[in-house]
Write a protein that binds this ligand. Structure first.
Ligand code: CTP
Ligand code: CA
Length: 227
């Protein structure tokens, strides 16, 4: 477990966690989505409750039991997730964006089911960018949450990509997972590095998602903005 698991070091703190993966509808029955199970975000919620925090869990398309003691806000699209996180973030001490957020959404959402027709090629799907929720929160001039945490799943040059992403996003901590080869998505175990803006890195060996969650909270309570 983390160095400080078992302590009530998040007592009096309100933490907001996004979990799962957003879905962008194409028509009433189809969507663009991703493989995020939400397990890491739920582990963050359970461990934060155990460490004394008030927890709001914004859950995008998850199928997991509600963590006892957390307020769960179910959402589906990136727009819904953005609104729910923004609302919950008002006055919060920490926002952790563990959700896998769709970078793009279809420009047009068909009102009826898209049908195939003999001899007619399918239309390409035109996409537009979704807003970056994490970068938006981190760049706030007013009401910026004191600690903003991002997650990144990387396949190559994990540390260098993570450092660059931490700077680009403007957040305080970035949890970098190496994915590919069956790692991370939907699995019970996770292995990651938690980067801070002072050059610090906490390497969390492969283990249960609770262990990584506790290491994230260790890094959060060590942030100058909270102490
Ligand atoms: N994120 C977000 N809003 C988005 C996209 C991502 O808040 N529209 C958050 C994720 O929740 C995560 C972090 O940003 O905490 C990093 O996500 P990632 O997909 O790794 O970053 P991107 O900037 O989208 O980079 P990439 O092009 O590698 O996907
Ligand atoms: Ca992305």
């Amino acid at each position: 477990r983390g160095e400080r698991a078992g302590e009530q070091d998040l007592a009096g703190r309100h933490v907001v966690i996004s979990a799962g993966g957003t879905r962008e509808p194409l028509d009433p029955v189809r969507f663009l989505g991703n493989h995020s199970s939400g397990k890491q975000g739920y582990a963050l919620a359970r461990t934060a409750v155990a460490r004394g925090a008030r927890v709001t869990l914004v859950a995008a398309n998850t199928a997991l039991p509600d963590p006892a003691g957390a307020t769960v806000v179910p959402v589906s699209t990136t727009g819904e997730l953005s609104r729910a996180v923004t609302e919950a973030a008002a006055g919060a001490d920490v926002v952790v964006m563990a959700a896998a957020v769709a970078d793009f959404r279809p420009v047009h959402v068909a009102t009826g089911k898209i049908k195939k027709r003999d001899g007619v090629e399918p239309e390409p799907i035109a996409l537009e960018r979704n807003p970056d929720i994490l970068a938006g929160l981190a760049a706030r001039r007013e009401d910026r949450p004191p600690v903003v945490v991002g997650f990144a799943a990387e396949t190559d040059d994990v540390l260098a990509s993570g450092r660059a992403k931490l700077a680009r996003k403007g957040c305080d901590l970035l949890v970098v997972n190496e994915v590919g080869g069956g790692r991370a998505f939907g699995t019970e175990d996770n292995e990651a590095v938690v980067l801070d803006t002072r050059g610090g890195e906490r390497h969390v060996p492969r283990g249960p998602k609770e262990d990584l969650a506790d290491a994230v909270w260790d890094a959060v309570v060590a942030e100058p903005a909270l102490s």
